[in-house]
Design a protein around this ligand. Structure first.
Ligand code: SF4
Length: 304
């Protein structure tokens, strides 16, 4: 596999992890680096396997997002995917991922095979928990096909500008990764940013920041003024949708947020030019923290 360079970039999820636990941030972005190589040092390889662990809510989110991507790309290609076909595809995938995780196939190939924390840490879950998760995925895919936003897109598929494209922008000299679930032209020179949500609770302040980053991306890449941008998050669990205003002040606040968050991260490095970090500079949470008991790195930290 190619030798990649670990270069610094900012993302909203990186910011959330940095604020949650400094050691988790280190293990995720530095301590597991290179662990995709089978001959990596054992502690790096193990941290990489842990980095790739998923949870039931994360898995639901990932499969529902992938189903939405398949549906929207089908619309873009002029070959809409039938709901029953999509439900069969996603159910087959859920079954095979669950089975592969149970069999531990991820140990050989952690970057490609789904691994649940439950199987890595040998936490028993009753069969109903897995059945419920699969039922939730199917329910959310059905909600997608009933959702007014999606139904509108089926009528104007040519207005879809982007679906799940991973892009990098420069915010005040800091590279920032952005991935929009969907971006749609409104037909009046503006753009609508669509973000699918799949969880039970979402922090509105965090969503506003995330939407601000999306706004910066659209303003930069499409040269659209903020008042012509609408950000909308659509919860496929509840069917509720919420609009977030985007304006010049909000974009300026987002720029300041990226600058201050990335400065804090960079100031913790031993060498900013080569992006070198050392574990002991990144504090662990206090022993007994409830967050540790659910953390994917609890094996490395000997907290579970
Ligand atoms: S187990 Fe606790 S201390 Fe270790 S990375 Fe996770 S949250 Fe941080």
């Amino acid at each position: 596999m190619a030798d990649f360079q670990n270069t610094f970039s900012w993302s909203h999820s990186r910011h959330l992890m940095f604020n949650r636990c400094r050691r988790k941030y280190f293990l995720n972005y530095y301590g597991s680096w290179g662990g995709w190589n089978r001959d990596a040092p054992p502690e790096v390889r193990e941290a990489y396997i842990q980095k790739k662990l998923t949870t039931i809510p994360m898995w639901i989110g990932s499969l529902v997002h992938d189903a939405a991507e398949t549906a929207l790309k089908g619309l873009q290609r002029g070959r809409p995917v039938r709901l029953d076909h999509l439900l069969d595809m996603i159910s087959d995938r859920a079954r095979s991922e669950l089975e592969a995780s149970q069999r531990g196939l991820w140990r050989q190939n952690p970057s490609r095979v789904t691994a649940f924390q439950e199987h890595y840490y040998k936490v028993e879950r009753p069969p109903e928990a897995w059945n419920k998760a699969t039922a939730q995925i199917r329910s959310q895919v059905r909600h997608l096909y009933d959702n007014p936003v999606y139904l509108r897109l089926t009528q104007v598929p040519d207005k879809l500008q982007e679906v799940e494209g991973l892009e990098k922008i420069d915010v005040g000299g800091i590279p920032v990764w952005v991935k929009l679930d969907a971006l749609v032209a409104d037909g009046r020179g503006g753009l609508v940013i669509i973000d699918w949500k799949t969880g039970t609770s979402h922090d509105n302040a965090a969503i506003a920041t995330q939407m601000g980053v999306y706004g910066l991306y659209c303003a930069d890449r499409y040269q659209v003024s903020p008042e012509k941008l609408i950000a909308m998050h659509v919860n496929l669990r509840t069917g509720k949708q919420l609009r977030h205003p985007i304006d010049d002040d909000g974009l300026e606040r987002t720029k300041q947020h990226v600058a201050s968050s990335s400065n804090q991260m960079l100031n913790m490095l031993r060498d900013q030019d080569s992006n070198q970090a050392t574990a002991e500079d990144f504090a662990m949470l206090a022993a007994g923290s409830a967050f540790c008991s659910r953390c994917r790195f609890r094996g490395t930290c000997q907290r579970g």
